[in-house]
Design a protein around this ligand. Structure first.
Ligand SMILES: [Zn+2]
Length: 344
């Protein structure tokens, strides 16, 4: 296919807003964040890359919008209060999209590369939910500045979030932070916070994955879903503040870790300063703290240690950020993250 890389050449930051499953309010959060950035005077675009269920036309009440192409055969985005919008929904209308992966990917690439974005400070990419091939292809076909993961405070959601973090880490896209949506209920009279899924999990992501929580949005603070009425929101403002702050920091370098391997039943990490960190492979696997191995709710171990093969060994060791490694084990387990602190 012919793509026009120049359509993105004047875009400074491309931020993927991702969720590892549907129903967490990702599109609403992405739209509100784009509106917030735009209202701050930053030139912003919003691409709804969810081809199966484009939500942008209804969020902005632009169901009848018709996209035109310009003399360079680039699609002209629809503008709303200075925010540039593009969605597959503008091209498709209400017709159902029944498509397989490769076609979906091609359409998304067309929307990305054949839209006349012009000069932008931010292009917010509302990713399709999930962590499959389509999502992976998008993360690989465009140079993302980073990803923000929207999740809910529910334990199952945390498992999926771990998957999402791993997907981006694998393709070296930095995770800029997590937005925990529907985090708690705040009593309107007393202001007291009620964590519906257990308060102990607040911050679980940051402690487990070293990923910053940009904001926790209470359940009582859900937007009406009508972006035309969006006038700013305390929590989205905070998310934008935190995001801009994260972007100002120098990106953490991947490479504290120079090499990794397996020796005499131990996982060996060779650090860039020459130090060697080791940990017994069996112990690492047994102490895996991923959500499949340890219950998010009770903190109880879910794996049967006796079932771990005595000769368990790493098939693949990946550096994650500069704080941990992800390991694919010989028993097929791959969702664990092992901070350097587990090694000595
Ligand atoms: Zn595990």
């Amino acid at each position: 296919m012919s793509t026009n890389p120049f359509s993105l050449s004047k875009v400074k930051n491309i931020i993927a807003i991702s969720s590892c499953k549907g129903g967490v309010g990702k599109s609403t959060v992405a739209s509100a964040l784009a509106m917030e950035l735009s209202q701050r005077g930053l030139k912003t675009g919003l691409l709804d890359a969810d081809i199966y269920g484009p939500s942008l036309p209804s969020l902005f009440q632009l169901q009848d919008a018709k996209v035109q192409s310009n003399e360079f055969k680039l699609l002209t985005p629809i503008e709303f209060k200075g925010l540039k919008l593009m969605s597959f929904g503008f091209l498709l209308g209400d017709a159902p999209a029944v498509m397989r992966g490769p076609i979906v990917t091609r359409y998304i690439q067309q929307l990305l590369f054949q839209t006349d974005w012009g000069e932008l400070d931010f292009l917010i990419l509302d990713m399709p939910p999930g962590t499959g091939d389509v999502q992976l292809t998008i993360t690989q076909s465009v140079k993302l500045t980073g990803a923000v993961i929207v999740t809910t405070h529910h334990s199952l959601s945390l498992v999926d979030t771990a998957r999402g973090i791993l997907m981006f880490e694998k393709v070296n896209v930095p995770i800029l932070g997590v937005i925990e949506n529907m985090a708690y209920f705040q009593a309107p009279d007393t202001g007291k916070k009620y964590y519906l899924f257990g308060e102990q999990k607040a911050g679980a992501l940051s402690s487990r994955f070293g990923v910053k929580t940009l904001v926790e949005i209470p359940i009582t603070e859900q937007f009406s879903g009508d972006m035309r009425a969006f006038q700013g929101n305390t929590y989205i403002k905070k998310a934008a503040d935190e995001l801009l702050q994260v972007l100002e920091q120098p990106q953490t370098s991947q490479m504290d870790l120079k090499d990794a391997g397996y020796r005499d039943g131990h996982v060996v990490l060779v650090m860039s300063d020459g130090r060697e960190l080791t940990a017994k492979a069996f112990d690492l696997r047994a102490k895996c703290a991923c959500a499949l191995c340890v219950s998010e709710v009770t903190g109880k171990t879910l794996i049967d240690i006796k079932k771990i093969p005595a000769d368990i060994n790493p098939q693949e060791i990946l550096p994650l950020g500069n704080y941990a490694v992800g390991i694919t084990w010989s028993d097929g387990h791959s969702s664990g993250i092992y901070p350097y602190s587990m090694f000595s």
